[in-house]
Design a protein around this ligand. Structure first.
Ligand code: C5P
Length: 214
């Protein structure tokens, strides 16, 4: 069913540099994104994985992986593929902001920097949502703690997702761990809660749900 389908995945964190050796990032390990990629690879989908700096050896061919570092680079790489893909899956933890200025050389500690000014990064999923064709499917992720359904529904609408995977922020689940506990909301359907599972089992549930959208 997914054989030959072109699928874009964003995976991992991004890094936003203050100077050549210092950056702001987050805890994303890329494990969930690559677990989904591996599941899709087994189904013979054609993958384009745009991936930030991660420390794992995925079981997908290297030629399918485009390595980037910053959110702007992730956006530029994704833009090259937006119009071609059947499905886009946004698992990356993209930094919402980047420092307005990046110093060309290492900032000295006596350099008198008291504050850092930030500017907003593009929202890659939302940009895809704006230009998405009716046959294209968009899948997003969200970490929600309160008003889960309302917030997820709002994100789904705002970013043009057909389906959103809601992660739990609790200990032993999500960022960096090998397990995850998710709920899946498909546009116009009731939310479905899943139990705590390994990330590869969660990936299978997510891929099954994506197949149900085709
Ligand atoms: O708004 P929030 O960060 O919770 O949205 C999460 C979803 O949006 C994820 O699917 C994430 O990959 C995507 N996203 C993005 N570009 C951003 C921020 C989030 O693609 N700059």
């Amino acid at each position: 069913m997914l054989k030959g389908k072109k699928i874009l995945l964003t995976v991992g964190p991004t890094r936003e540099y203050l100077d050549p050796v210092r950056f702001i990032t987050n805890e994303s390990s890329g494990k969930m994104g690559f677990a989904i990629a591996e599941e899709l690879h087994k189904e013979n989908a054609e993958l384009i994985i745009v991936c930030g700096p991660v420390n794992i050896q995925p079981k997908v061919p290297d030629r399918n992986i485009k390595k980037i570092t910053t959110a702007l680079e992730m956006y530029e790489e994704c833009q090259k593929h937006f119009s071609d893909v059947d499905i886009a899956i946004f698992t990356a933890a993209v930094a919402d902001y980047r420092p307005k200025h990046q110093a060309n050389s290492k900032i000295k500690k006596d350099g008198n920097i008291a504050t850092v000014e930030f500017v907003k990064n593009p929202d890659i999923a939302a940009e895809f949502g704006k230009i998405k064709m009716p046959h294209q499917i968009s899948v997003g992720f969200a970490l929600e703690t309160d008003n889960v359904i309302e917030n997820a529904q709002e994100k789904l609408t705002k970013k043009g997702f057909d389906m959103i995977v809601i992660n739990s922020p609790n200990h032993g689940e999500g960022f960096g761990y090998d397990t995850n506990k998710v709920s899946i909301l498909i546009n116009g359907q009731n939310i479905k809660d899943y139990p705590l599972k390994s990330k590869s089992e969660v990936a299978k549930d997510i891929v099954d749900k994506i197949k149900s959208l085709l």
